[in-house]
Design a protein. Structure first.
Ligand SMILES: CC(C)(COP(=O)(O)OP(=O)(O)OC[C@H]1O[C@@H](n2cnc3c(N)ncnc32)[C@H](O)[C@@H]1OP(=O)(O)O)[C@@H](O)C(=O)NCCC(=O)NCCS
Length: 174
């Protein structure tokens, strides 16, 4: 079974185990909340909880966002994370959308991301988001597949000004 945990100090051990797997892969973790310093784990949990009510957001960020950690009860491991932005600003509308997600490198291609995005749709409903925008790099075929399997309808592709990369923008009727 896949469960979704809101950040709490009780998950420290399994969070560290997940982050070690990410470190070992050499890949930068995604979504962005997984790049936050976790040396002070209670502080990380507090910050993530604050972000969900728009408090203490990183500089340049203005939109509250909720983070979930996905836990597979069979594997007894955290497998990835979801980050749901409660609204869109111009930057999110053009390039990044409502929902960010990532699955740890050693647990991919097992259907986790597809199930995580399905759960994010439910959370969007709770947040009164009727249509969720989900974006991915145009080269990210795995993510595009995850979005399409969750009913994503491609609107267009837009080029990120900071690096020239093309982002696919999909809408999901939640
Ligand atoms: C993209 C990502 C979330 C997919 O996670 P996942 O748990 O492996 O995805 P799923 O197992 O649910 O796979 C969904 C579909 O993508 C396909 N897929 C998964 N990895 C793939 C890959 N590397 N290449 C091609 N297709 C792939 C699967 O086969 C499946 O399609 P199918 O049902 O038609 O077979 C994961 O690779 C990841 O975390 N990448 C880094 C972070 C990232 O890109 N996040 C998304 C930002 S928009």
């Amino acid at each position: 079974m896949l469960l979704f945990f809101q950040p709490s100090v009780v998950y420290k051990k399994i969070y560290l185990e997940m982050m070690n797997a990410w470190k070992a892969s050499g890949e930068a973790p995604m979504p962005w909340v997984l790049t936050l310093d976790y040396a002070n784990f209670p502080a990380l949990c507090r910050a993530l909880t604050d972000f969900s009510v728009g408090k203490g957001l990183p500089s340049g960020f203005t939109i509250p966002c909720t983070t979930f950690w996905a836990y597979d009860t069979d594997a007894a491991k955290l497998v990835g994370a979801l980050n749901i932005r409660h609204e869109l600003n111009d930057d999110l509308l053009n390039y990044h959308g409502h929902i960010g997600y990532g699955v740890r490198p050693d647990m991919r291609r097992k259907g986790y991301a597809t199930r995580m995005l399905a759960m994010a749709k439910k959370e969007c409903r709770r947040l009164d988001i009727a249509r969720a925008l989900v974006c991915c790099n145009s080269e990210n075929t795995a993510s595009a597949r995850v979005i399409e399997k969750n009913g994503g309808v491609l609107e267009d592709e837009r080029i990120l000004p900071e690096n020239g990369k093309t982002m696919r923008r999909y809408w999901i009727d939640v």
